[in-house]
Design a protein around this ligand. Sequence first.
Ligand code: FES
Length: 127
Amino acid sequence: MSLPQALPGREGGFARVLVCRGCCCGTEHKHPDVDHDAQVEALRAVARVRVVDCVDECAQSNVVIVRPGDGRSIWFGRILDETSTAALCEWLADRAATDIPDLLAGHRFERASVAEAATTVFLRRPT
Ligand code: FES
């Protein structure tokens, strides 16, 4: 499966994507077999991409956050090969408006810090 090239007239795409490139995501040190630049370029062909610093989910690197424009932020981790990148690009080419493809479902995760925050609030004793 090959990664997409920029679509004529569609540069910038529609869905917004945050691509983590912090201390772990996007590094050759942690993921030497991934062409990180090619991954970002492929995503830029189908979406508005912003490269961001560490989003505190390093165990899930490479992390990509999709914002389809309906208020959701959908977190994907371990986007580390051409297959998962291509599946993400195909979904983004449809503005991420369809159900998450099966191939990506296993990459989706709930942000740990959000779960921890919810648990903390839930377990906090009244003072
Ligand atoms: S570097 Fe991406 S989550 Fe930390």
